[in-house]
Design a protein around this ligand. Structure first.
Ligand code: FMN
Length: 165
């Protein structure tokens, strides 16, 4: 979040990393911003080969008995299904604003979620928190995808990328 909330800082980090590697550089963006598009575009202009988003949202919970924040740092990264709508919205906004590939993540936990992320514009999808609930979730998603694709009349996942208008 230190440099992910400002377009110039995000671009500077992108340029610095690009200068010392020949590998593809995919910049991961924080959702804790008001204008995700300006940050994604700054990274693209600075040479990023791809964008991945979203990282965790800043959250907080309070224990009713102790009246103290539940986590030691008081607030911290919030992930899982609750952030999925924010992730879909940001992937959609960024995918429509840049020409480099977008990796979508944030609350993905089913084959349906993968398809929704791809319709929003993701060319690849990541699964984070759901693995902590079900260590086999990625296997299950891969297993379920053909059935869910058939249900929605999808022959090839490539054809649905950015399909939501
Ligand atoms: C336990 C845990 C550790 C994480 N560590 C990192 C990390 O080191 N770097 C990072 O960029 N994102 C990290 N994340 C964020 C995830 O990569 C992902 O962007 C975010 O959690 C949203 O996706 P999800 O809801 O599928 O987890 C972490 C997430 C979790 C749940």
């Amino acid at each position: 979040m230190s440099f992910g909330t400002n377009p110039e800082a995000a671009a500077e980090v992108t340029r610095a990393v690009k200068a010392v590697t020949t590998k593809p550089v995919i910049i991961k963006l924080s959702p804790n911003v008001t204008d995700i598009v300006s940050i994604a575009k700054a990274c693209e202009e600075a040479g990023a080969d791809g964008i991945s988003l979203i990282n965790t949202m800043l959250g907080m919970r309070i224990n009713l008995r102790t009246r103290k924040p539940i986590i030691a740092n008081k607030m911290g990264g919030f992930s899982g299904p609750a952030i999925f709508p924010v992730a879909v919205r940001m992937v959609y906004q960024v995918a429509n604003a840049v020409s480099i590939p977008v990796v979508g993540m944030g609350g993905v936990s089913s084959a349906e979620d993968v398809i929704e992320m791809m319709l929003a514009g993701a060319t690849a999808v990541e699964v984070g928190a759901a693995n902590l609930v079900n260590p086999y979730v990625c296997r299950d998603i891969v297993r379920d995808l053909p059935r869910v694709m058939e249900k929605y009349g999808i022959n090839n996942l490539k054809e649905i990328i950015g399909g939501a208008k």
